[in-house]
Design a protein around this ligand. Structure first.
Ligand code: DAK
Length: 261
């Protein structure tokens, strides 16, 4: 598939950079972009050598400034339904990708853009990043999981305030409330993302995948069932060559050589 609205780069072994590429519209998400995102993520998911994805936006101003308002305005209910499905599918594709997806938020992450970043496993923001759910200004509530993922990330009262007032927050506040894990200088964003990606790629791939699955699925379960899931995933890694290699390498006082098996 050739992409018109995104760029998928295999930046380094195991490391993909996925860029939403509509800078003239501040990378706003239209249906085609959502479909391409889902297709690109499926492609990464089919690569057994994939270890991590960095998701970012093209240009200097925006990560993603939201759903494409010009495309949404004329939609009827049926078209809005299809658009919603495409959005939910892209978010699910990020969450269900076995490998971690890190959002590198380089500017505005508003509405569907903030929601897209929230679907990622964590975010690194540049000092220029701005977050918000301004949908109330357009006569709609967030529709791409924002009310749910934001509340799970920053807590009920803050999420409630942000979605009801549409207040936009800067990187520093986003760090303070736990929306992002790290804030870096504008020029250091990609380098910071790649550094984390290399660190992740150096770990045992099946263990990394088990961590993602346990945290992601476990948070939607009660504690007892979540711990039972963790137990199963823990035990499963004992069938992997990398588990034996990791423990042997430690005891032999040498770096482990992981193969993802
Ligand atoms: N959609 C379409 N075009 C956009 C856009 C957007 N969200 N954001 C910006 N643009 C376009 C502008 O129209 C402008 O285009 P031209 O006039 O040059 O043709 C260009 O990008 C540059 O933007 P500005 O000239 O406005 O740039 P400024 O620096 O002055 O302002 C801004 C930047 C980010 C503060 C401003 O552009 C802005 O407020 N943008 C809209 C932000 C916003 O309201 N985002 C939320 C959109 S609603 C759903 C799922 C999800 C959603 C809905 C439904 N379903 C499940 C059904 C999500 C909804 C949303 O995200």
């Amino acid at each position: 598939m050739t992409y018109q609205n995104i760029i998928l780069e295999h930046a380094e072994p195991g490391i993909y950079v996925l860029t939403v590429n509509r800078p003239q519209a501040l990378n706003a998400l239209n249906a085609a972009t959502l479909e391409e995102l889902a297709a690109a993520l499926a492609r990464v998911g089919g690569d057994r050598a994939a270890r991590v994805v960095l998701l970012t936006g093209a240009g200097e101003k925006a990560f993603v400034a939201g759903a494409d308002i010009a495309a949404m305005k004329p939609m009827n209910a049926q078209q809005a339904f299809a658009f919603s499905q495409a959005g939910q599918q892209a978010a699910r594709a990020i969450e269900e990708l076995p490998v971690p997806v890190i959002a590198l938020v380089n500017g505005y992450a508003l509405g569907g853009g903030c929601e897209l970043a929230l679907a990622c496993d964590w975010m690194i923001a540049s000092e220029r990043a701005v977050f918000g759910q301004p949908e109330v200004n357009l006569g709609i509530p967030p529709g791409f999981g924002g009310t749910q993922r934001l509340a799970r990330r920053v807590g009920r009262a803050l999420a409630m305030e942000l979605v009801i007032t549409g207040r936009q927050i800067k990187a520093e506040e986003a760090l303070r409330i736990g929306l992002v894990n790290q804030v870096v200088a504008v020029d250091a964003l990609m380098a910071g993302g790649l550094a984390q990606a290399r660190l992740i790629a150096s770990k045992a791939p099946l263990a990394v995948q088990a961590c993602k699955q346990a945290v992601r699925c476990g948070l939607d379960m009660d504690l007892a069932n979540a711990c039972a899931l963790e137990t199963s995933l823990f035990a499963l890694t004992f069938g992997s060559a990398d588990r034996l290699e990791g423990m042997t390498a430690f005891l032999e006082k040498r770096p482990a050589q992981f193969k993802g098996e």
